[in-house]
Design a protein around this ligand. Structure first.
Ligand code: UD1
Length: 420
């Protein structure tokens, strides 16, 4: 397994261009299963999770033509698509469950593997299943697979999600596009990635409208060919903003609409960062002394994203004074705490709350990545630590951050990939 060697502390300065959003690309790619005509997608990030989804689509029969830079894909489905999503592909990426809705909506059957466990929490798919059931999907669980079918077309219905969930909202919207009649989804997740999915579907003739957390979908009989550019990755952008704030850095962050990380930028301003935004750009200057924030809480959009929680924890370690972070989305998302302690952090946790002492002088050490965002938090901490750090199991990072070591090198981090 590849490792990163980071020699800190780094001076962060320069420009960074944000890649396409992984979490927007995944549902959009899954939704291409609804189409008879070709779809062209631009600005896909070159990360492992996207290759996994493309492989899953290929295994179902889609033809994928990638551009030279692999950021544009033309996807064409044939007349004899398969409906079997195997465990070997689904287990490596939970987002694969997003093929269930479109397969049943379009082909009226599917055998999709259950995604299985995950380090950050149990992450069941019960809300995906109950919502699709309300649209007319019948299913049973057998040998780790969801065996699903519908008698002809799905039928529009009224669904109120008992809990706000990104994945189940996406699966239901995609499925409802080809259902007969009107579907009303209440208490939806409204993350920008979901809006990007609905913009994509509407660009192909779907009839989707939003009012607050209510999404109304009027089913259509088929979708048109379309050409769509995926939004920028707000978590990658937030991560680089944290990096600049952490390291008294000066960064110009390009290629995104700053509005998508408004909440995060307001939080960073409170820590002392100086931020200017223009149309597709953020200028950020880290403060001399980082101010601590008493109680940061992760929440559904428009709250602070759970996917930025680990990075913000690193920032609070370097802040002047005590702080705390409450994780409200996943039950076990503090795996990075023990590793940050190896770098010198003083953090205690109780249930879903972490108490951070602040004023940490990180010292380089060997650490282990546990999940995507925990790994990037370790990279941030190692970048400002005194001395050398080795970060193991960086395949987690490769799942979601495009060319992260090149981007970090360009802004002054001494980082090297050690191939196994
Ligand atoms: C998506 C993102 C992930 C992000 C998360 C929360 C993708 C590919 N992944 O994950 O990066 O951290 O949103 O913003 O976009 N839940 C259930 N039953 C269900 C579905 C969810 O209990 O059927 C629970 C989950 O365990 C979790 C909470 O609901 O505690 C939110 O999960 P959800 O919003 O569905 O996250 P994902 O779509 O898996």
């Amino acid at each position: 397994m590849d490792k990163f060697l980071i020699d800190g502390p780094s001076k962060i300065k320069g420009k960074v261009s944000i890649s396409g959003s992984k979490n927007a690309s995944l549902p959009i790619l899954a939704a291409t299963l609804l189409f008879d005509l070709p779809v062209t997608l631009h600005n896909l990030p070159r990360v492992k999770d996207i290759s996994t989804m493309l492989n899953l689509l290929k295994s179902l029969g889609s033809k994928i033509e990638l551009s030279k830079d692999k950021k544009t894909a033309k996807i064409s489905n044939n007349k004899n698509m398969k409906t079997f999503a195997s465990y070997s592909l689904v287990k490596t990426m939970r987002g694969s469950i997003l093929v269930l809705g479109p397969l049943v909506a379009k082909y009226h059957k599917s055998k999709t593997s259950l995604p299985g466990g995950c380090l950050i929490g149990a992450r069941p798919v019960n809300y995906h299943l109950s919502a699709l059931e309300k649209l007319g999907m019948n299913y049973e669980i057998k040998d780790g697979y969801i065996l699903a079918k519908s008698f002809g077309k799905l039928k529009g219905g009224l669904i109120r999600f008992p809990k706000i969930t990104v994945g189940a909202t996406e699966n239901s919207i995609i499925a409802a596009c080809l259902a007969k009649g009107k579907t009303v989804l209440r208490n939806c997740a409204v993350e920008p990635e979901i809006k990007d999915l609905t913009n994509f579907l509407n660009s192909a003739g779907a009839k989707i409208n939003w009012k607050g957390r209510t999404c109304t979908i009027n089913g259509v009989s088929s979708l048109n060919s379309t050409n769509y550019s995926v939004m920028a990755d707000r978590i990658e952008a937030g991560t680089f903003c944290v990096a600049a704030t952490l390291a008294k850095g000066t960064l110009e962050i390009n290629n995104l609409d700053p509005k998508i990380i408004n909440t995060e930028l307001n939080l960073l301003k409170k820590t002392g960062a100086k931020i200017k935004v223009s149309k597709n750009k953020i200028h950020i200057n880290g403060p001399e002394k980082i101010k601590s924030i008493k109680n940061i809480k992760t929440n559904e959009f428009p709250g602070i994203p759970t996917d930025l929680q680990a990075q913000l924890m690193v920032l609070m370690c370097k802040a002047k004074g005590k702080s705390s972070i409450t994780e409200n989305i996943f039950e076990n998302r503090f795996m990075h705490v023990a590793e940050l302690q190896r770098l010198g952090a003083n953090i205690t946790t109780k249930n879903n709350k972490a108490y951070i002492e602040g004023n940490t002088k990180f010292i380089g050490a060997e650490v282990m990545s546990s999940d995507l965002r925990a790994s990037v938090a370790l990279v941030l901490a190692a970048s400002v630590a005194q001395g050398k750090s080795v970060i193991n199991r960086i395949y987690h990072l490769d799942r979601g951050y495009e060319k992260i070591e090149n981007k970090l090198k360009n802004i002054g981090v001494k980082i090297k990939r050690l191939k196994r």
